[in-house]
Ligand binder design. Structure first.
Ligand code: NAD
Length: 348
C-alpha cells in the first residue's frame, strides 16, 4: 500500500480530502508544515513516503530534503509553478514530478484587476482613512482605466484572461510574449509589440509570464527608465521578475505611480515570518538588502502588497486539490499525467 504524505495542509485542504477521499487503498498522512520546517524526528516518521504532495509555500524542496525520502517515487505538486523543486535531483533519482496546470486563469486575472483598481482608485488607502477617522478626499484622487493602455507581459492562460477583462473596461491592450500566438491577438483584442514598445506606451504593465533563467529582473532600472512617467506596475507572476530595489527607487521618484504586488523577491518572509526577524536573519548581503527594501516598500502609500494569494479562491483551491489527487490516482494506476519533467527544459 502506497504511503502518501501531504505537506502544507490547511484546514480547507484537510476538509476537502476528508470529504473526497482517494478512491484507492493508500496510507495518507496530513502535515501542516513544509518539509523543510519539520524536525529530524518528524521527518524520520514520514521518511518511508512513496508520494509527497506540497503546496507553493514549500519554498525549498531541494536535494537536502528529498534525500530524506529514499523510497520517494512521486512529488504531486498542488501548484502550477515548480521552481521550488530540485528537478535535477528528481531526474537522477527517478522521482516523477506532476503539477496542476491552468486551474486559475480567471481567478488570478480577477485578482489582478483587484490590485489594479486598488492602486488606481486608492481603495485600501481611503478605507484606512475611514478607519482612522482621518479622511481627506483629495488624497485619494485616482484615475480611470477606460481609454488607458494596458501592457500585458506573457499571453498565456492568465494574461489572456486579463486581456478579456481589460476589454470590458474599454482599455487599449498591448502584449509582449517571446512565443506570440497571432490567433490570440485577434480573439482577445490585443496587439503584440516589442518589449520596448510596451514599456514606452503602457499606462499599466501587468506581469503574467513564468520566471525562467532568461527573465530574472525583467523589470530593472533600464526597463523603468523606458516607461512612461506615472505607469502602474502589477505583479501576480513571480517576485524575481522585478528588481525590487529599482522598483522602490522608481516608486519613490514618482516615475511609477503605484504598484500592486502579490509576489515579491524573498516573499516567504512576508508569508510566514516576521519581516523584521527575517531581515535580521538574512545570511547574504543581497537578501538582507532586498528584505529591508520590502520593509520600506510596505510603508509606501502607493503600493499594495498581498501575500501570494491571487490563486486563493475556494473555487480555484478545490480545482487544485482535485487535480493533484487525480494526478496521484493516475500515477498509482501506472499512467503519469501533467509531468513537469517532460517540460522542464523550460524551467519556471
Ligand atoms: P502559461 O504557461 O499559460 O503562460 C505563460 C506565458 O508566458 C506563455 O505564453 C509564455 O510564452 C510566456 N512567456 C514565457 N517567457 C516569457 C517572457 N520572458 N516574457 C514574456 N512572456 C513570456 O502560465 P499562466 O497560467 O498564464 O501563469 C503565468 C504565471 O503566473 C505563472 O508562471 C506563475 O508564475 C504565475 N501564477 C501566480 C499565481 C499567484 O497566486 N500569484 C497563481 C498562478 C500562476
Amino acid at each position: 500500500m502506497a504511503k502518501i504524505v501531504y505537506f502544507n495542509v490547511s484546514e480547507i485542504t484537510r476538509d476537502y480530502y476528508k470529504e473526497n477521499p482517494l478512491p484507492v487503498k493508500a496510507e495518507t498522512v496530513f502535515i501542516e508544515k513544509s518539509p523543510a520546517d519539520l524536525t529530524a524526528d518528524e521527518l524520520k516518521n514520514v521518511s518511508d513516503a512513496d508520494i509527497i504532495s506540497v503546496f507553493v509555500h514549500a519554498v525549498d524542496v531541494g536535494a537536502r530534503i528529498l534525500a530524506q525520502f529514499p523510497q520517494l517515487k512521486l512529488i504531486a505538486l498542488r501548484s502550477t509553478g515548480y521552481n521550488n523543486i530540485d528537478l535535477n535531483y528528481c531526474k537522477e533519482h527517478n522521482i516523477e514530478v506532476v503539477n496542476v496546470p491552468g486551474y486559475g486563469d480567471s481567478t488570478v486575472a480577477e485578482f489582478t484587476f483587484g490590485l489594479l483598481i486598488d492602486v488606481t482608485r486608492k481603495i485600501s488607502r481611503s478605507f484606512r482613512a475611514v478607519q482612522e477617522a482621518h479622511v481627506a478626499t483629495d488624497r485619494y484622487l485616482g484615475f480611470d482605466l477606460k481609454g488607458r493602455t494596458l501592457g500585458i507581459i506573457g499571453t498565456g492562460a492568465i494574461g489572456r484572461y486579463v486581456a478579456k477583462i481589460a476589454k470590458s473596461f474599454d482599455m487599449n491592450i498591448l502584449a509582449y510574449d517571446p512565443y506570440p500566438k497571432p490567433e490570440f491577438a485577434s480573439e482577445y483584442g490585443f496587439k503584440y509589440v516589442s518589449l520596448d514598445e510596451l514599456f514606452s506606451s503602457a499606462d499599466v504593465i501587468s506581469l503574467h509570464c513564468p520566471l525562467t533563467k532568461d527573465n530574472y529582473h525583467l523589470l530593472d532600472e533600464t526597463a523603468f527608465n523606458k516607461m512612461k512617467k506615472g505607469v502602474v506596475i502589477i505583479n501576480t507572476a513571480r517576485g524575481e521578475l522585478i528588481d525590487t530595489e529599482a522598483l522602490f527607487k522608481a516608486l519613490s521618484a514618482g516615475k511609477v505611480y503605484g504598484a500592486g504586488l502579490d509576489v515579491l523577491e524573498y516573499e516567504s518572509a512576508l508569508i510566514h515570518d516576521d519581516l523584521y526577524l527575517s531581515a535580521l536573519n538574512a545570511n547574504e548581503t543581497d537578501s538582507l538588502l532586498r528584505s529591508l527594501i520590502n520593509l520600506r516598500m510596505l510603508q509606501l502609500k502607493n503600493v499594495i502588497i498581498t501575500p501570494h494569494v491571487a490563486f486563493n479562491s475556494i473555487d480555484a483551491v478545490h480545482r487544485i486539490l482535485k487535480t493533484a489527487n487525480d494526478n496521484i490516482i493516475s500515477f498509482l494506476n501506472g499512467k503519469t499525467v501533467n509531468s513537469v519533467l517532460k517540460k522542464s527544459d523550460k524551467p519556471v
